[in-house]
Design a protein around this ligand. Structure first.
Ligand SMILES: Cc1cc2nc3c(=O)[nH]c(=O)nc-3n(C[C@H](O)[C@H](O)[C@H](O)COP(=O)(O)OP(=O)(O)OC[C@H]3O[C@@H](n4cnc5c(N)ncnc54)[C@H](O)[C@@H]3O)c2cc1C
Length: 544
C-alpha cells in the first residue's frame, strides 16, 4: 500500500503581521482604485502544497554536522520553513511567493541559540562550501535575504530569532546591549521597565530585528529627531568566518577609520551581527503629532528646509506631494479633511490643491512645548496652515498599517511598490521629477499614479520616498523589473543616492559603482575576502 503524505497546511504567503489587523479594501477605496489606475486580475496566495520548491541539496554529512552543533530543533528543512525563508518582502518577492514560484529556497533554516553556535555554523559552512544567508525579520525589500547559493553547493538561512535577549542596560550612560534577533517592539517592551525607549520606528516596525536594522542602516519615522539606526548603534559584535569582531566601544574615538562603520550596513556579506549596543532615551512623557497644510509643494519644502537648517526640526516630519495628498484624501473616506466640509475649508484658504504634512515631537512636556513653539514660528513664516492634533493622531494611529493594505492591493491585482533616495535640497525637485517621469514612461501601458513624500531631513539634503500604484500587467514581474530599472537609472543619473535606507541587497548591487566608484567596490570586496575567504556569506548581496 502506498502512503500519501498530506500537503503542508497554509498558504505560500501568510501576509503581513497580525492577520487580525487585516481589514480588506474598503468599498470606496476599491472603486477609487478602479477609476484611478484600474484593477487587474484578482489573486490569492496558492496553497503551501502547490509551491514549486527546488529539492533540498544540503549534503547529508553537512546536515548531520549542523544537527550536532544546533540540536535537531535547530535545523529545519520542512517545506513550510523553507518557503517562509525563500524571499523577503519586496513586491517581486511577494508576487513570486504568492504564485508558489519563489525560484530559490534555502536547503535548511538554522536557529542558532547563541553567538558561539553562530561562529560554529560559519566555520562548518565555510569548510563545506555552503552559503549562509543571515535572516532577521525578513523584511528586506531589496533582495537581501533571497537565498542565492552563488558558487556554493547548498544554501542555508540563519534565522537569528533565538538571539532575543536584552543583555545589559546602562541607564546612566543611556545605552543598552541587545541580542541581534530582538524585534523592535520587543526592544521597547524590554526597555520600558527601565524607563527607557529606543524610538526606532520604520514602517516595518512590527517585524524588524535590531541586527537587521544595523545590517541595513535603516531609518525610522522619527529619524529626523532621533537619528537613523546607524547613528543609534554605538557598538556591535559580529561573527565572521575569520573570527569574532568587537567593534565600537561606545566611546568617541579618533583611533583610525571607523571599523564599526564597515560592519553597520554590511548586509550579511561580512559576518553575522550577534549583539548590538544602542543609544537609548528616557520614555517620552508626551508625544504630540499635528497635521499641516501648505498651498504648494515648493512652499512646503522651503518650510522643512528652514526647520532643519534653523535647528528646530520636529522628530517626525513628513510632507506629501500634491499626488500623495490627493490619494490620501481619496482613501481616507468621507470624514474629516476628506469630507465636504474639510475640502471646502482647504479650498477657501487656497489649499485646495496643496500638500499635507505631519509633524511630531516626543520627550518631556516642557521640551516638547518649547520645541513646538520654536517650530511653529518657522512654519507660520512659511505659510503653513495648522490642521490640529486630530489629523496628526490619526496618522500616528495608522502609521504601521500600510503593509497590511499592500496585501489587499495585491489581492486586487494592483501593482504597489515603493522606492527611495536622498538628494541635496538644491536638486531635490529635479530628482523627484526625473523619477516620476521614468516611472510614468516605463509603465505607460498601465498608466501609474506616482506619489512622493519627504520624511528625513538633514541640513544639506532630504530623502524622497516614492510610492507607485498601477494596474498589474500580464507579466507583473517583468512589468515591475522594467519600471524599477528605469527609476534606479533616473536616480543615479540625477546624482542622487541609489538608496537612502532600504540598502543595497541584490537589487541595487549593479548601481553600487555609481555610489562608491569601482575602486570603492574593490575596497568592499577586499574586506569581504579577509572576513569571508570562502565567499559563503550572503552571495549576491552588496559585494559582487
Ligand atoms: C512594508 C515595509 C516597510 C519598510 N519600511 C522601512 C522603513 O521605514 N525604514 C527602513 O529603513 N526600512 C524599511 N523597510 C525595509 C526593511 O524593513 C529594513 O531594511 C530593515 O532594516 C530590515 O530588518 P530585518 O530585521 O527585517 O532584516 P532582514 O530583512 O532579515 O535582513 C536585511 C539584510 O540584513 C542582513 N541581516 C539581517 N540580520 C543580520 C544580522 N544579525 N547580521 C548580519 N546581517 C543581517 C540580511 O542578510 C539582509 O541582507 C521596510 C520594509 C517593508 C517590507
Amino acid at each position: 500500500m502506498t502512503t500519501v503524505t498530506p500537503p503542508p497546511a497554509g498558504t505560500a504567503h501568510a501576509g503581513w503581521g497580525d492577520p487580525a489587523r487585516r481589514t480588506g479594501l474598503p468599498a470606496h477605496a476599491r472603486s477609487w482604485l478602479q477609476r484611478e489606475v484600474g484593477l487587474g486580475d484578482p489573486s490569492r496566495p496558492v496553497p503551501l502544497g502547490d509551491v514549486r520548491l527546488p529539492p533540498a541539496a544540503l549534503p547529508a554529512a553537512v546536515r548531520a554536522g549542523l544537527v550536532a552543533l544546533l540540536g535537531p530543533d535547530g535545523v529545519l528543512d520542512d517545506a513550510a520553513e523553507r518557503v517562509r525563508h525563500a524571499a523577503g518582502s519586496s513586491y517581486l518577492d511577494l508576487l513570486r511567493l504568492r504564485a508558489g514560484a519563489p525560484g530559490e529556497a534555502p536547503d535548511a533554516v538554522l536557529l542558532p541559540a547563541d553567538p558561539a553556535q553562530v561562529a560554529a555554523v560559519l566555520a562548518l559552512c565555510s569548510r563545506s562550501g555552503v552559503a549562509v544567508v543571515p535572516w532577521g525579520g525578513g523584511t528586506s525589500v531589496v533582495g537581501g535575504v533571497r537565498p542565492q547559493r552563488g558558487a556554493c553547493t547548498a544554501v542555508v538561512t540563519l534565522d537569528l530569532r533565538r538571539l532575543d535577549r536584552l543583555l545589559h542596560v546602562d541607564p546612566v550612560s543611556r545605552t543598552a546591549v541587545f541580542g541581534a534577533g530582538v524585534r523592535a517592539p520587543e526592544a521597547e517592551a524590554l526597555l520600558a521597565p527601565h524607563g527607557l525607549s529606543l524610538g526606532h520606528l520604520p514602517q516595518s516596525y512590527e517585524r524588524v530585528t535590531l541586527g537587521g536594522c544595523a545590517a541595513t542602516r535603516s531609518a525610522g519615522q522619527a529619524s529626523t529627531g532621533h537619528g537613523r539606526f546607524d547613528e543609534m548603534v554605538l557598538g556591535l559584535v559580529m561573527q565572521t568566518p575569520a573570527g569574532e569582531l568587537r567593534l565600537g566601544r561606545g566611546l568617541p574615538s579618533a583611533a583610525g577609520p571607523s571599523l564599526l562603520g564597515l560592519a553597520v550596513g554590511s548586509e550579511g556579506a561580512y559576518g553575522v551581527i550577534t549583539e548590538v549596543t544602542v543609544r537609548v532615551r528616557p520614555l517620552p512623557e508626551v508625544e504630540r503629532y499635528e497635521g499641516l497644510s501648505f498651498r504648494t509643494w515648493p512652499e512646503g519644502l522651503a518650510a522643512l528646509r528652514a526647520l532643519e537648517q534653523d535647528g528646530v526640526a520636529p522628530d517626525v516630519v513628513r510632507l506629501s506631494d500634491p499626488d500623495e495628498t490627493r490619494v490620501q484624501l481619496a482613501l481616507a473616506g468621507t470624514g474629516g479633511l476628506s469630507g465636504r466640509a474639510g475640502r471646502a475649508l482647504l479650498a477657501a484658504r487656497g489649499h485646495g490643491a496643496g500638500c499635507l504634512a505631519v509633524v511630531g515631537w516626543s520627550g518631556t512636556a516642557a521640551a516638547v512645548a518649547g520645541r513646538r513653539r520654536a517650530a511653529r514660528d518657522v512654519l507660520r513664516r512659511h505659510g503653513a496652515m495648522r490642521l490640529g492634533t486630530g489629523v496628526g493622531q490619526k496618522w500616528a494611529h495608522g502609521r504601521f498599517s500600510a503593509p497590511y493594505l499592500r496585501d489587499d492591493l495585491l489581492d486586487a491585482g494592483v501593482l504597489v511598490e515603493t522606492l527611495e533616495t536622498a538628494a541635496p535640497w538644491s536638486r531635490l525637485e529635479q530628482v523627484r521629477e526625473a523619477v516620476r517621469d521614468a516611472l510614468a514612461d516605463a509603465l505607460r501601458a498601465t498608466p501609474p499614479t506616482v506619489m512622493c513624500h519627504v520624511s528625513h531631513l538633514y541640513p544639506h539634503a532630504a530623502s524622497l520616498y516614492v510610492t507607485v500604484l498601477a494596474r498589474q500587467g500580464g507579466d507583473p514581474v517583468a512589468q515591475w523589473q522594467r519600471a524599477k530599472r528605469a527609476a534606479s537609472d533616473a536616480i543615479v543619473g540625477s546624482g542622487a543616492t541609489i538608496t537612502h535606507h532600504h540598502a543595497v541587497g541584490a537589487d541595487h548591487r549593479d548601481h553600487l559603482p555609481a555610489e562608491v566608484g569601482t575602486l570603492g567596490v574593490e575596497v568592499l570586496a577586499a574586506v569581504k575576502a579577509v572576513l569571508d575567504p570562502a565567499g559563503v556569506l550572503n552571495p549576491g548581496t552588496l559585494v559582487p
